[in-house]
Design a protein around this ligand. Sequence first.
Ligand code: AKG
Length: 274
Amino acid sequence: MPKVLTDTQLAFWRERGYHPGSRVIPAAEAAAALAAIDEWSARTGRSPKTLRGKAHLLLKTLSDLVRHPAVLDVIEDVIGPDILCLESGFFWKEARDPGWVSWHQDNTYLKLDPPVSVANWLALTDSHEDNGALRVIPGTHTLGTLPIKLVEDADNMLKIRREVDPAKAGKTVDFASAVSVELEPGEMSLHSNGIVHGSQPNMSDRRRVGFASVYVAPNVRSLADGPSLATLCRGEDKYGHFELEPEPREDFDPLAVAAYDKAMEGALGIYKSA
Ligand SMILES: O=C(O)CCC(=O)C(=O)O
């Protein structure tokens, strides 16, 4: 019996590889989280765009968001009661930001076995077509791993600098069928790690800020090079495929930063210097 999602929403998720969105926190709570990040950025002089990879190990606000019970209730409907968070970070576009995200599948860099994860995209501002909302190509989660090519562009927010190769995948992927996942602050969408997704630059005078976090059930293992770490957010881990991360007691808690540094020795290291 699902906790939050209806049978219709779950059927949509299974067929199309994404959930187009539902409210998980009040808009005021999303605004408060955004204000906390802005305050941190103003105080430290660091850009929130650097909070990628495993941002939940760095800032308490983000640690709380990946563990938020309302978020986990939705995740539980998709992957079950035992929930590990593998990564989290901002896809942060200022007004008129040229940043964009090339078409990709998350499993290209996560390398999970079985290849089953769910990404939560939590809107801290509104996210619409004009300010560069997340775009997905429905149904592509069933196509397996698609051919990719290098894409060199400093404005590409996807650090792996790869995109699904239209020349090779164009016969199976209908790029014209892409849809924008439009959200209000405090709403979250889900996408599967096999779905082709990306986004366009922000053409508006409004910010577009999404906090994304990726979850797996503990039976999943990572085949990526380097250490595998994860945060147990709910339930139990009977498999032990991942070294469990500590919960930060404060911003930049040395224990959690040590876990962050260790994780960055592996595939997520692409975010370290970001
Ligand atoms: O927010 C975006 O523009 C892209 C997000 C994305 O690629 C992801 O959450 O996996």
